[in-house]
Write a protein that binds this ligand. Sequence first.
Ligand code: 13P
Ligand code: SF4
Length: 315
Amino acid sequence: MTIVTHEIDYAKAVKKLKEEKNAVILAHYYQEPAIQEIADFVGDSLGLAKQAAGTDADIIVFAGVHFMAETAKILSPNKRVFLPDLEAGCSLASSCTPNEFAEFLKQYPDHVVVSYINCSAEIKTMSDYICTSSNAKKIIEAIPKDKKIVFAPDKNLGRYLINETGRDMVLWDGVCIVHEAFSFNKLLELWKQYPGAKLVVHPESEADMVNVANFVGSTSAMLNYVKNSNATEFIVATEAGILHQMAIENPTKTLIPAPSKEDNTCACSECAFMKLNTLEKLYNCLLNETPEITLSDEIIKQSLIPLNRMLALSN
Ligand code: 13P
Ligand code: SF4
């Protein structure tokens, strides 16, 4: 007996559907390589937000996590926005619930509230400014020196910003589970094997990693640093998905993922939320136009205010 299977060439099928429906696919650097390959734009959180704000497509398929797709909806409310897997969340966003954050803010009524873009739309409505890791320093420095600041939800990025700007900030106690998983001791051991390597670290990482890094920056900034550096070896401390783009841009350089605290078989440097999206789910999402991101007009109106302040300061 011959079993005939009708396997779908998802990459080809997605391209066809995209044209038929005038859709754009925006993907974060942490998405699996197959998704990055078919995306119209691959970028960091700020780059993706700008693309979402400026697109003339009718449909945005966001290959990233929930807060990113929500941000796209806020910035382009007349477009339909889809996320291949609605469960694709973020440990930072889920650490900061609207009720708890409202209680927390009651203690600091005279503070300016700056929230990292990795938070829900409700948290954005309670914020004065939004920032990403690529513009956070600029946003903090734009706030008058006599103003006190609450920064949420990433305490590691917050601590990094306190060191960089000298500002006194109250921090919400949230972390990125991926960047928390890197092992500083194992990193030092690894560095002994590659003494000439440059250490490139995302600011969501813990202080010991950030303090010894040769470069600290957002995913896009890390890519630029590696591309423009004369060094030939790099230890990379961020989610492993970035290595796809980094290897394309730097075919002759050696890229070494930073080691995690768990045993060496653990894929801790992969974001389980980001990796919920697959090419098959992306295809189904575009085909069936679900799951869709919906937000009330009021949430969109209120969360647009701090997002627009960020975009105005990011040019
Ligand atoms: P950036 O791409 O802005 O550096 O953000 C990293 C991240 O963790 C996104 O979830
Ligand atoms: Fe959130 Fe960290 Fe995953 Fe980014 S890598 S989505 S910050 S859990």
